[in-house]
Design a protein around this ligand. Structure first.
Ligand code: SF4
Length: 337
């Protein structure tokens, strides 16, 4: 990836949450929510991040934005290391890095009008004055941008549907012209019929405005259309990272293969032939992850080595990274014969 094109570089990022702890803090254990992930996001790119709930994807998003202090690792935004900045420096950069949440209803203040919700970041950052005509114009523009009637700006969140509320959340996130948005399961709480509309809107906005997304979701079908590349997470670690089409056509990690086998195929003939591999059990606790490969307790291909030795996150083909001992250039780690 050309250096000039890189917007965000995440290096060996970890976020561990201490739990329990013995006397005087000895024997403190930790939930390893994010445990050493590395990737880059290009300007204007969408990186999909997928994994079952509890795999650390939301924590990863928040830690990248420095809403959580990382336990270890680095996050470079436009070449500047966010992990070395103080809170005032982070605040100055905040307009460039925004977040869209899963449940807009929980994150939009129910007592505030849409005008206040969408315009608030501009007032807080001192870009525009409260009550100014300039602010009114900008809120009007943002509402039009997300496909909402500006006449609704005096209404309150409860007067809107889930999809409209997500549009309001997007308008708020866009108010400061960010270069990067962490989208934390933005469509998971919406009706299936509305999901595609919101994804299309986000794609259109990206084409118009050029920002990059980290688009978090719990299943591959949700990130399929919007992502340029996809990283698959399991128990706080990255299992596979590659271009979107490669991930669907030639997944090399057994976990990706199982997630992929759950994605319906639009063509009825191919859909009939689709082989499904359903993983048994739940992921282990990130407070006591398995030894070796963290996926070995559920992997149909696990060997003795997998229990002892953690696989490296290796670049098997240019731009295609996999953490599996059996993955090689011939793609030999296949759960389907
Ligand atoms: Fe399965 Fe072993 Fe590969 Fe882990 S390293 S995914 S346990 S085959």
């Amino acid at each position: 990836m050309s250096e000039n094109n890189v917007l965000l570089r995440v290096q060996n990022l970890k976020k561990h949450f201490p739990i329990g702890g013995g006397l005087f803090g000895r024997n403190t254990r930790a939930v390893k929510a994010v445990d050493g992930i590395s990737f880059e996001i290009k300007k204007g790119e969408t990186l999909g991040m997928v994994g079952e709930s509890g795999c650390g994807k939301s924590t990863a998003g928040r830690t990248i934005l420095q809403l959580y202090k990382p336990t270890d690792g680095k996050v470079f935004f436009e070449g500047q290391d966010l992990t070395q900045m103080n809170s005032a420096e982070i605040r100055r950069l905040r307009p460039k890095m925004q977040m869209i949440f899963q449940d807009p209803y929980a994150t939009l203040n129910p007592r505030h009008s849409v005008r206040k919700i969408v315009g608030e970041p501009l007032v807080i950052q001192g870009v525009m004055k409260k009550g100014s005509s300039e602010l009114e114009d900008r809120v009007t523009e943002l509402m039009e941008l997300v496909g909402m009637n500006p006449a609704y700006m005096r209404r309150f969140p409860h007067e809107f549907s889930g999809g409209q509320r997500q549009r309001i959340g997007i308008a708020r996130a866009l108010s400061l012209n960010p270069d990067f948005i962490v989208c934390d399961e933005p469509i998971s709480a919406l009706d299936v019929s509305i999901q595609a509309q919101v994804v299309n809107l986000m794609q259109d906005l990206q084409e118009q405005l050029g920002m990059a997304y980290l688009f978090i979701a719990h299943d591959l079908s949700m990130v399929k259309h919007i992502s340029h590349r996809i990283v698959v997470m399991y128990l706080g670690k990255a299992m596979e990272l590659t271009e979107r089409n490669t991930l669907f056509d030639n997944p090399l990690h057994p976990y990706t293969q199982s997630l992929n086998s759950a994605v319906p195929i639009p063509d009825p003939k191919s859909e009939q032939k689709r082989q499904r591999f359903i993983l048994e059990g739940d992921p282990p606790s990130p407070a006591s992850p398995p030894s070796g490969c963290v996926f070995h307790t559920r992997c149909p291909l696990a060997e003795e080595k997998c229990i002892r030795v953690e696989p490296e996150f290796r670049e098997i083909h240019p731009g295609h990274f996999v953490a599996c001992h059996l993955a090689d250039e011939k793609g030999s780690s296949k759960i389907f014969a």
